[in-house]
Design a protein around this ligand. Structure first.
Ligand SMILES: *Cc1c(COP(=O)(O)O)cnc(C)c1O
Length: 383
């Protein structure tokens, strides 16, 4: 039994604490081939005004290629643009692919920072291992981000809460239809400027708990950040949307009883006794950097956080009895979002509270944007 306050670091958290070389040093690993025709001032100004997730991309992207026998090579910053890919490329047939999601933040003094890049680098390699893909040196992963963000610094927006969203991705680019791990992989990082995810403040979302679909099973790929997990979550997501819900929450595949996570966000439950509970990392849940940061922030405030199995039926009872006062979801893109309604085949419940959710949101966004102290050294300076 734990007191909910002591913190034993996970392997990812420990890897994430690793000291990194300065950004200007790792950035040198990527040779810059400048865009001959970057976005016009008008196109750039429009993108920076709209700050719509994925609506516009910065001028460049990072790229590297891995070939069997040779390892990683051709590390470059190149113009953002379409790829040339054989129709036989293995990723198109067997889905050997992993990705990450990160952000670069501009602080008031103009400096640019990112959040726990060594954590994402370690998770990228953990995902790569599960998907039978090559490891990428942490310095290459962070170097790609540093070089890209330095080159496209003007795409990092200024308003509080906005950022340049970074999407590293690796996929099997070998043209071969045999079923085996590919002998060529392409690594890319692209960037899109984004504003506050929820423009009208923290508007609570409604969640449908699916009992007829699962996103991951024991021994499967649930702990890896791989596209197939997302593809499999789309149909239940659409069905939930048709029924009027914003998002789906998945249950464990073995017993179909325990809360796992949303398609792309981890979940937390706030109890009336002041403690907080989040599903334990059972191997089928993605270990979110935001999840880990929130657990740390809460424990250091003296809030006990328990990583447990959460039975859906018990959770519903506790909400009815007022013993659960808040729920929220978290991930890099939206940071923190309150869950205002939770429904499944057997119940449909309102969860009115947002106080803890809001305070966690404010502290985390404050750290990321340089307005709150960062005692954990989570920020890494890029420029
Ligand atoms: C990326 C992701 C999360 C959130 O992870 P962060 O590191 O906090 O962005 C949660 N669940 C799934 C399934 C994810 O893919």
């Amino acid at each position: 039994m734990t007191d909910g306050l002591t913190h034993n670091m996970t392997a990812l958290e420990a890897a994430g604490e690793r000291a990194l070389p300065a950004a200007e040093d790792v950035a040198k690993r990527f040779k810059v081939l400048p865009h001959p025709a970057p976005a016009s001032d008008e196109a750039w100004a429009k993108a920076m005004e709209e700050l719509d997730f994925g609506a516009a991309y910065s001028d460049h992207m990072a790229r590297a290629v891995w070939t069997k026998g040779e390892g990683w090579h051709s590390k470059q910053i190149v113009p953002f643009g379409p790829l040339t890919l054989s129709p036989a490329a293995a990723v198109l047939h067997y889905g050997q692919e992993i990705f990450e999601g990160m952000k670069a933040y501009r602080h008031d003094d103009g400096s640019i920072w990112t959040f726990r890049p060594a954590y994402n680098a370690a998770r990228f390699n953990a995902s790569a291992k599960r998907m039978c893909m090559p490891q990428l040196e942490v310095e290459d992963f962070v170097g790609a981000i540093a070089a890209l963000v330095k080159e496209d610094a003007k795409w990092v927006p200024t308003p509080f809460g906005s950022s340049l969203y970074l999407r590293p991705v690796m996929f099997a680019s070998e043209a071969f239809l045999g079923v085996h791990a590919a002998s060529e992989y392409t690594f890319l990082t692209i960037a899109t400027p984004v504003g506050l995810y929820f423009k009208d403040g923290l508007s609570p979302v409604s969640i449908w708990v699916a009992d007829d679909y699962h996103r991951a099973g024991p021994g499967g790929t649930g702990a890896a950040k791989t596209g197939g997990n997302y593809a499999g979550a789309l149909l239940p997501q659409e069905k939930a949307a048709e029924a009027g819900f914003d998002q789906v929450c998945f249950l464990d595949a073995r017993e179909n009883q325990y809360l796992e996570e949303l398609g792309g966000m981890n979940v937390f439950v706030v109890r009336s006794d002041g403690s907080v509970v989040t599903p334990a990392l059972t191997g089928t849940i993605l270990e979110g950097s935001t999840r880990s940061a929130i657990i740390r922030l809460l424990r250091d405030r003296g809030t006990p956080v328990f990583e447990e199995r959460i039975r859906l039926a018990d959770l519903a009872d506790d909400i009815k009895r007022g013993e659960v006062t808040e729920m929220f979801a978290c991930g890099t893109a939206a940071v923190v979002t309150p869950i205002g309604r939770l429904a499944s085949t057997d119940f449909d419940l309102e969860i009115p509270g947002t106080a803890v959710t809001l305070s966690v949101y404010n502290q985390l966004v404050g750290i990321q944007n340089g307005e709150e102290p960062d005692p954990y050294n989570w920020l890494y300076r890029i420029a």
